[in-house]
Design a protein around this ligand. Structure first.
Ligand SMILES: C[S@@+](CC[C@H](N)C(=O)[O-])C[C@H]1O[C@@H](n2cnc3c(N)ncnc32)[C@H](O)[C@@H]1O
Length: 261
């Protein structure tokens, strides 16, 4: 499966994803991943940035509210329509375009920084995504992206729960087998049945890479690794959002901050 075929799955997910995420049911994003991402992010005020794989634009808007001038792309036309509609309702100066991460419609060295929120692992041509991000960055510019943690989002994965239903371990396996488009079907677990009524489950093609593959591809693309983060929810967050308890057992996400020399 290539990036265009994978993109068609995302386009089909876009309406339901946007509706449920905007209703607050993407709890891992809103209460764990995004806060951690912005904690790691260098100061972007006054910088020109690109959000790669922006979806409906929630995190793009947060970048803009931090004072960055932001362009954003997504392979899905429907996601970009939703993002543009939000831009009309609350203008933040964000320039949204339909484009693929493997072929960015910008000139070399056009941006001070690039961001990818949970999108890079959705593109099969991982090397091309990183090469394109590097190409559009000016020397000294940085790339920050989040992905499903390569060590814990493996082809085989199962939550082990105790008698109270609390996850105490995550069983992982088949780590070295790169998935190349196996489709998994799911929805946001926190969304109640009435919120999901009439909405199809998401169908997401998975592309898994090992941790050394990710880091070596970054090095091959010419990046200098600056910082890594593995977000863990605080106890208080788990008390208010119990679904996040399992993310205290292993790190579900990996955040990477790298710089173009
Ligand atoms: C898990 S969603 C994350 C969306 C958004 N960044 C967020 O944080 O809410 C993954 C996104 O990557 C996008 N995507 C997948 N393949 C892509 C590609 N080749 N180029 C650009 N975006 C892509 C999908 O359309 C989807 O919007």
């Amino acid at each position: 499966m290539d990036h265009e075929e994978a993109g068609r799955f995302w386009d089909a997910n876009a309406d339901a994803w946007t509706r449920l995420a905007r209703a607050g049911y993407d709890v891992y994003r809103d209460h764990l991943n995004t806060p951690a991402f912005f904690e790691l992010l260098p100061d972007v005020a006054g910088l020109l940035g690109l959000d790669i794989g922006c979806g409906e634009g929630a995190n793009t808007r947060l970048l803009a509210r931090r004072g960055a001038r932001v362009a954003a792309i997504d392979v899905s036309e429907r996601f970009i329509q939703h993002a543009r509609r939000a831009e009309v309702e609350e203008p933040l100066g964000i320039d949204y375009r339909v484009a693929s991460a493997v072929d960015l419609p910008y000139s070399d060295a056009a941006f001070d920084f690039a961001a990818g929120f949970m999108s890079f692992m959705d593109v099969p041509e991982t090397d091309r995504v990183l090469a394109e991000a590097s190409r559009v960055l000016r020397p000294g510019g940085f790339l920050q992206f989040s992905i499903c943690h390569p060590c814990f989002d493996t082809p085989h994965r199962r939550n082990r729960r105790d008698a109270r239903g609390r996850t105490y371990a995550i069983e992982v396996g088949d780590y070295f087998r790169n998935l190349e488009g196996e489709v998994s079907e799911w929805t946001f677990g926190s969304a109640p049945a009435e919120a999901r009524a009439g909405l199809a489950n998401f169908r997401v093609p998975r592309f898994t890479r090992t941790i050394s593959q990710w880091l070596n591809l970054l090095i091959d693309a010419g990046f200098r690794l600056e910082r890594l983060a593995e977000p863990r929810p605080e106890d208080a967050t788990v008390r208010s959002h119990p679904a996040l308890q399992d993310a205290q057992v292993v790190s579900y996400f990996l955040h990477v901050l790298a710089r173009k020399p």
